[in-house]
Design a protein around this ligand. Structure first.
Ligand code: TEU
Length: 558
């Protein structure tokens, strides 16, 4: 089983949203020097890889996912020299740095687009342009942020495609010059000694050239056309063969709506991992972007287990429950009030005990929760604001009041409030005016406080990182489902070397007190508790365990 072992399977990844991590120059905006000031914190936490969300030069209509210049750093975040210092600071602690690579689209302020709208030279077809009636978009596709995916450009007198904001035109990957320009740029970053990439919406890069209408009844018209489009695998393979293959870098593709079969193909193409979102769809209703559907443990277990089994041979899972686009995991799948710490630890146990590489989103390691925003002007995320405005304009909702709670739950800003370092003003994030509201609970939930508390969420994460690093069965072991349909308890084994090494994981996902009963066919001569979120428990037997609310337990079975 030695083959297939690599550093990135054994790694723990930590995702940083730079605007909200730490601010060194007191302008209220997180920056690269701010991250450098916290590398000892990351080292202490024990993570192996930092994934840095975009810091490129950008007009910042979509948090930097609208790149104006791939080879420059935005002034808000510092300079290229600051990036190099951060890279060196991380490398000095054996932490690798992966960049967020946005290749489906650029900003409309990118030089390529400015030239393209003038039809200048080879840039003429760098984007998806369609001539035609300015009153009739080329097809019925809708953007991920709501509204049509087409805008009319007065300068060129043509329509251009944007699957996200109108200031994020989609690159035309059919054009070999576009691919060459992107590949050159990716190579440039590797040559600057970055250790890999998270490829933003990589499964959207291919569109059918005849641009057919999408299903009119779809939740997002056109998605069956542009998600996993006709040449997507060819392009990803080319990216791998012509660039990535020459280096020891790790890659993870962000792939919305990806199936296991597609994920296996992306793996064959050369992507090490993909992000599948199926387990994060279980609480999404089908009546618009704000609709919430009560989730059940069955749904979470099914989605998780399907991917655990589906990628068992060869491919590799990424394990995550949150990121900069999602609500805070403890507010979503745990209890962010009475059992905040317990449920944050239980969810951490899920992340670190499944087969795959765990991704920790900044602040989750201290159990940060969704903030409460009551007014529309408190939001900073353009996607949130646009969807609300559109709903009001079309009359889908009559007043903001009607959707206030739902927006408050789903907004991407939930994950983007400043990292809570201490109980100082602005949670120790900045001495300036923070660009977005700080979560009010920072006096109770902050790094400084958790560092001083042996039982804190932070110290529990640190223990899990150590455990994962020292326990190969946690990384490479097979996933064996127990209690297939228990409504409250999620339990599984991880087994390695023909079951000579076995771990038992028991997670109580709710605030009840169910009894876990070890199935008869699982032998247990001796067991040793490796980690748990309630300190010691009386008695050693694992044949029957009366669980406490949100209790998480990991045992080694012998
Ligand atoms: O997100 C892609 C994506 O699918 C999101 O639109 C997602 O569906 C939504 O955010 C869920 O609320 C990536 C980035 O992570 C996101 O921040 C960018 O806005 C987007 O690509 C465009 O680059």
């Amino acid at each position: 089983m030695n083959d297939g072992r690599t550093w990135w399977k054994e790694a723990v990844v930590y995702q940083i949203y730079p605007r909200s991590f730490h601010n060194a120059n007191d302008d209220g905006i997180g920056d690269l020097r701010g991250i450098s000031e916290k590398v000892d914190y990351l080292d202490d936490l024990g993570v192996d890889v930092v994934w840095l969300c975009p810091v490129y030069d950008s007009p910042l209509v979509d948090g930097g996912y609208d790149v104006r210049d791939y080879r420059a750093i935005h002034d808000d975040y510092g300079t290229m020299a600051d990036w190099e210092t951060l890279r060196d600071d991380l490398h000095a602690r054996d932490i690798r740095l992966i960049m967020d690579m946005v290749t489906n689209h650029t900003s409309d302020e990118h030089e390529w687009f400015r030239k393209s709208r003038r039809k200048a030279g080879k840039y003429r077809d760098y984007y998806w342009w369609v001539d035609g009636d300015p009153d009739r978009p080329p097809n019925n596709w809708e953007s991920f942020f709501g509204g049509p995916a087409w805008s009319y450009d007065e300068r060129r007198e043509a329509w251009y495609l944007h699957l996200f904001d109108e200031k994020q035109p989609d690159l035309n990957w059919r054009n070999p010059d576009v691919r060459e320009s992107l590949f050159e740029m990716v190579r440039w970053w590797i040559e600057k000694d970055c250790d890999g990439f998270r490829f933003d919406v990589i499964n959207l890069i291919s569109k059918p050239p005849d641009l057919p209408d999408g299903d009119p009844d779809s939740t997002q018209r056109g998605k069956e056309q542009f998600i996993n489009g006709p040449r997507v695998h060819e392009y990803v393979r080319e990216l791998h063969d012509r660039v990535l293959d020459d280096y020891d870098v790790v890659t993870v593709g962000e792939t919305s709506d990806v199936t296991i079969d597609e994920a296996l193909r992306f793996h064959e193409d050369g992507l090490d991992m993909v992000f599948s979102f199926q387990h994060l769809h279980i609480d999404k209703g089908d009546r618009g972007p704000w609709d919430f559907d009560e989730w059940t443990l069955d749904e979470l277990r099914d989605a998780t287990a399907r991917w655990q089994r589906g990628l068992e041979d060869g491919a590799w899972n990424s394990i995550f429950l949150g990121n900069h686009d999602q609500p805070r995991l403890v507010s979503r799948f745990g209890d962010d009030e009475e059992y905040r710490a317990e449920s944050a630890k239980m969810l951490a146990t899920y992340l670190f005990t499944l087969r795959g590489t765990p991704f920790v989103y900044q602040g989750d390691e201290i159990g940060m929760t969704n903030p409460t925003f009551r007014r529309l002007d408190e939001y900073r995320d353009e996607a949130t604001i646009q969807k609300v405005m559109l709903a009001l304009q079309t009359g889908d909702v009559s007043t903001f009041d009607k959707i206030r709670d739902a927006v408050d739950f789903w907004s991407r800003d939930n994950a983007r409030t400043p990292m809570q370092w201490s109980d100082d003003e602005n949670a120790g994030f900045t001495d300036g005016e923070p660009w977005i509201k700080v979560n009010e609970n920072f006096p109770e939930v902050n790094v400084e406080r958790e560092q001083g508390d042996e039982d804190s969420v932070l110290n529990y994460y640190r223990r899990l990182v150590v455990l994962r690093h020292s326990t190969p069965v946690l990384v490479y072991g097979r996933y064996v489902q127990l209690l297939e349909d228990h409504p409250e308890i999620y339990a599984y084994l991880r087994t390695l070397n023909d079951e000579s090494e076995r771990l038992l994981v028991v997670l109580n996902f709710f605030d009840g007190e169910p009894t876990f009963r070890l199935p008869d066919d699982v032998t247990d001569d001796r067991s040793e508790k490796l980690v748990g979120n309630y300190g010691d428990r009386a008695g050693d037997s694992i044949a029957e365990i009366d669980l406490r609310p949100y209790e998480a337990l990991v045992y080694r079975l012998e």
